[in-house]
Design a protein around this ligand. Structure first.
Ligand code: IVH
Length: 666
């Protein structure tokens, strides 16, 4: 096989496995196997740069920042949708259609209205050439480099179902951030003392409109398509044909419901609204579309909106309540975050008692005072935020909040560096910082020290038993047993989970250290690129910058961390205590899960769905989104869905959460 042939073979394999992972959510190989394919391709392309093509999977990341975005004129304008605010508006929508086309039967499609950023992708002979924002509908911005970093956007179309790939195809859809990725991103930003995104929509839009594609590449974005600019000449008669074609070309297409009457449409809208809280992404409504493309053409458009489609808006997930107090929390980096203590209120099925206020600027911008009546909403899944103050409810007794100048925990001096939004405690020994850093170190995704909870951390720090994370490894049974509410058995358990954490591996350790800007992804990149802690310690700013996806700010932060004498000593002590500083072996030899396919349904209590899925994959198993005869186990959490019934019907073993935990040995 020639080098060129091997390169092409690798690209096909990588494209296929990316598609399984990012589009179908049904991987067939482990991350480590995938990484190995990618490394081989990178190596060959380094040796033969003349063979690099723009659609190679290596070309998703790493171009230099742009000074500005170029304008792109859409060949067919990107329309917007008229809104239906209630069910009467939907019935009126159908009446208008009937008046134009007479009494013929109309088939509709109901889809989720994703709340993200509308984009268009142009494929020429199956290869992506331009990706742009909607802009004003006529002209948008060229953000091709950024869109290419999104793994669920194919760089070349798949040749599914033998549909001929047209010379030019303009695909339209929505770039979104899943709720879980939004929460993770905001948590990381909070840890790093950065300003937070108000909701997944802003996070997606802000990420995709970055001038530096390396930043976009670090954000977990997703793309769902919902249409094409022009169906002329394509073998499609209906909107659902278009969706099926797009699916065959390798895109993620959202679920939809075909309806043969407006009553069915209304039912589908109501059902979607009911399921809104459990969907993995934010939706703000349902889109109702006439299915037949010839009918769509006949109906045409009016003032920039099609007559054949409408957006049915859902009730906002908002409520009003009172700000009883504003308190200040001190984070791991010393950042002081003001938090509103609310009069408890129920919102989308959850009792809300607190809302983050982010920082002083945010409070000032919204003019939020203690005693105010406020409108709150849930952004993403959990973090509630204050949308605005209901000013006419003011009594004159409200109090303004002023950021303290001394740390509420240690009394240390608080500074707000010029040009930054965040105030920080300057005391490097502030116990709040220390407690937060231990909490992070011990967290499930970091060193995973089970049983080391907040109360215990408080006691360990307050009694001076732990002054940094390395001290955890010197704790004795005696010391633990002297703490409040600690029997010999629990103390033993904690010591053994501390012992177990020594083998977490370098990747988790780097993440656990809480280096500013180093989340799990960057920790992975560091290990992947430098292989050992000693190489990381030796790396210069430039060495770090050479890593795709690591920008100047991140490299500076990593470099500084490892140049600091105190941090180096900490690492030495961790090593001396037996904490393993080499990469963890990612594929276990043979486990009860090897090669088995798992499907999850319902809510798990001991971990999130994504943690459970990662665990399965790390133990050699596979994940699938739907139950079929190829499924080996269905794991049923609380309130399982239709997958449960299907598994029963097919006689597939159904595991409870407890049984699943036993199987994975935790
Ligand atoms: S169809 C002419 N389908 O909603 C058809 N749009 O105002 C226009 N959107 O910015 C688009 N989910 O990005 C369509 N399933 C869906 C959608 C959807 C979200 C967005 C779209 C546009 C806005 C329409």
């Amino acid at each position: 096989m020639t080098v060129q042939e091997r390169i092409e073979e690798l690209r096909n394999k990588i494209d296929y496995h990316s598609y399984r992972y990012y589009v179908l959510d049904d991987p067939e190989i482990s991350d480590a196997e995938f990484d190995a394919l990618m490394r081989e391709l990178e190596q060959l392309e380094r040796e033969h740069p003349e063979l690099i093509t723009p659609d190679s999977p290596t070309q998703r990341v790493g171009t230099a920042p742009a000074a500005e975005f170029e304008a792109v004129t859409h060949s067919v304008p990107m329309l917007s949708l008229a809104n239906a605010m209630d069910e009467t508006d939907v019935i009126e929508f159908e009446n208008r259609i009937k008046r134009r086309i007479g009494g013929q039967r109309i088939e509709y499609v109901v889809e989720p209205k994703l709340d993200g950023l509308a984009v268009e992708l142009i494929y020429e002979h199956g290869i992506i050439t331009i990706g742009s924002t909607r802009g004003d509908g006529v002209t948008g911005e060229n953000i091709t480099q950024n869109l290419k970093t999104i793994r669920s956007i194919p760089l070349r179309l798949r040749n599914g179902n033998d549909i001929a790939i047209p010379p030019v195809l303009a695909v339209r859809g929505e770039v979104i951030m899943l709720k879980k990725d939004f929460e993770r991103l905001n948590q990381e930003r909070l840890d790093a003392g950065e300003t937070l995104f108000a909701n997944p929509r802003n996070a997606a839009a802000g990420s995709v409109r970055q001038l530096d594609p390396r930043i976009t590449a670090q954000r977990k974005l997703d793309f769902f398509c919902y249409g094409i600019a022009d169906a002329t000449g394509l073998p499609v008669a209906t909107h659902t044909d278009v969706l099926a074609m797009l699916r065959a070309f390798g895109f993620k297409v959202n679920e939809f419901t075909k309806c043969s009457s407006i009553d069915e449409v209304l039912t589908a809208c109501r059902q979607l609204e009911d399921r809104r809280p459990e969907l993995p992404y934010e939706i703000d409504g349902a889109v109702i579309k006439v299915n037949s493309i010839s009918l769509q053409k006949e109906l045409g458009t009016i003032s920039r909106s099609p007559r054949w489609a409408i957006a049915y808006k859902f009730k906002p997930q908002q409520a009003t309540t009172i700000v009883n107090d504003i308190i200040v929390q001190v984070g791991r980096t010393g950042a002081l975050t003001p938090v509103a203590v609310l009069k408890p209120v129920r919102l989308a099925g959850v009792e809300i008692q607190r809302a983050t206020l982010h920082n002083q600027d945010e409070i000032d911008r919204k003019d939020i005072r203690i005693g105010d009546t406020v409108l709150i909403q849930r952004a993403g899944d959990v973090i509630p935020e204050i949308v605005k103050v209901i000013e006419h409810k003011r009594t004159g007794h409200e109090r303004k909040f002023i950021m303290p100048t001394l740390c509420p925990v240690c009394g240390g001096r608080v500074v707000r560096p010029h040009g930054e939004a965040v105030s920080r405690c300057t005391n490097s020994r502030c116990p709040a910082k220390l407690k937060e850093s231990i909490r992070h170190f011990a967290s499930r995704r970091a060193m995973d020290i089970e049983g080391l909870g907040d109360k215990l951390i408080d006691q360990l720090v307050d009694r001076g038993l732990v002054r940094d994370v390395a001290d955890l490894y010197n704790l004795t049974l005696q010391q633990l047993m002297e703490l409040e509410r600690m029997g010999e058995k629990s103390a033993q358990n904690i010591l053994s989970s501390i012992e177990k954490s020594k083998k977490a591996g370098l990747e988790r350790l780097l993440y656990a250290l809480g280096i500013r800007h180093v989340g799990e992804r960057t920790a992975h990149l560091l290990v992947h690129n430098f292989k050992s802690i000693d190489n990381i310690l030796k790396a210069t700013r430039d060495d770090l910058l050479k890593v795709n996806e690591i920008g100047p700010e991140v490299s500076e932060s990593i470099f500084r961390f490892f140049s600091d004498e105190e941090n180096r000593r900490l690492l030495d002590r961790l090593r001396a205590a037996g904490v393993v500083c080499t990469p963890a072996e990612s594929i276990p030899v043979e486990t009860p899960l090897s090669g088995k396919t798992f499907v999850f349904t319902g809510t798990l209590h001991s971990m999130t769905r994504s943690e459970a899925e990662k665990k399965v994959i790390s133990l050699g198993g596979k994940i699938s989104g739907s139950v079929s005869k190829n499924t080996d186990y269905v794991v049923a959490g609380e309130d399982p869905g239709s997958k449960y019934d299907k598994a029963q019907k097919l006689g597939i073993p159904i595991l409870s959460e407890k049984e699943f935990l036993k199987l994975i040995g935790s």
